[in-house]
Design a protein around this ligand. Structure first.
Ligand code: BV8
Length: 253
């Protein structure tokens, strides 16, 4: 069922203290001016983004892949968290059992005050040595030179994100799976539910008995299974939902 108005069941669960899981994708950052994977046909310099975000592309042309990630770092650095990011932090601040599991690598959830979160696909702001495997944070909006080099061994650094055909960080994914099994309420915000294994979490929550609400202006392959679909932009739907449930927006975690 698609609607813009939340059901009384959803409002009761939001007002309650039960465990909540929030799953987010690129759509939650689109109101911050960051294009989703599907926006612009999902193309970077003429290449399908899903082909750029692969170990093969990096092996073949690291400069090309680094230009892609450097541009996304610059865009994310310029962006500000929007009301959707802030509403999700406000739900966490109610003090109920809570986990945010995001596919996004832009760091806007952290900047909005989210603390109990797992980055399923890594972060733009973390770099990994391709030889030693060591990671360090680097928040410079633009890197120079490209590709950046490891200060310890001089080897090339790569973005510490999960590329297609790479496995997700096990600890983070296990935390999300556990939260899916234990949640009373799950919100699925701004994702096309097409990329796995992240997209398996909303189904796992449903199977474990959670009430699972999808928030997306469009329908997705998960919409038919969702307990409820709220059709609209997350930056509009989430603040309205919190207002209806009496949860203050300004108290971040
Ligand atoms: C793996 C980091 C083992 C890098 C990313 C099972 C079935 C089919 C395929 C597979 C499968 N299992 C594995 C696969 C392969 C693959 C996969 O899922 N392919 C898909 C395309 C079919 N998965 C993998 O490769 C994963 N690894 O399985 O390892 C393995 C090993 C060897 C060989 C095979 C398997 C790794 C996946 C992670 C890849 N890394 N990101 C980077 O960012 O550069 S994925 C990246 O794309 C994002 O992180 C995100 O996950 C995905 C984009 O999806 P969304 O975030 O949902 O964004 P999208 O643009 O699609 O949609 C936006 C939505 O928002 C839309 O619905 C829109 O309507 C909505 N929206 C827009 N505006 C708003 C809004 N909603 C609310 N408010 C708004 N204002």
């Amino acid at each position: 069922m698609s609607s813009a108005a939340p059901s009384s069941r959803l409002l009761a669960l939001l007002r309650g203290r039960g465990a909540a899981l929030v799953l987010t994708g690129a759509g939650v950052s689109s109101e911050s001016g960051i294009a989703t994977f599907r926006d612009a046909g999902g193309v970077w310099e003429g290449t399908d983004r899903m082909r750029v975000a692969t170990p093969r592309a990096f092996a073949a042309d690291p400069e090309f892949v680094w230009r892609f990630y450097d541009a996304r770092r610059a865009q994310a650095a310029r962006a500000e968290p929007n009301l959707a990011h802030r509403a999700i932090a406000a739900i966490e601040a109610t003090g109920r059992p809570f986990l945010l599991a995001t596919q996004n690598v832009d760091g806007l959830h952290e900047r909005a005050g989210s603390r109990s979160l797992v980055n399923l696909h890594g972060s733009l702001w973390s770099l990994r040595c391709t030889v030693e495997g060591t990671e360090h944070e680097d928040r410079r909006p633009q890197l120079d030179p490209l590709p950046p080099r490891c200060a310890a061994c001089g080897a090339m650094l790569r973005p510490a994100v999960v590329w297609f055909e790479e496995s997700l960080p096990m600890i983070e994914f296990a935390r999300a799976e556990r939260a899916a099994r234990e949640a009373d309420l799950a919100l699925v915000v701004g994702t096309s539910s097409l990329v796995y294994p992240a997209a398996s979490l909303q189904s796992a929550a449903l199977e474990a008995g959670a009430y699972v609400v999808e928030i997306n202006p469009e329908r997705t392959p998960f919409s038919a299974a969702a307990s409820e679909h709220l059709a609209g932009p997350a930056g509009v739907v989430l603040p309205a939902l919190l207002a209806a449930a009496g949860i203050p927006m300004d108290r971040a975690a």
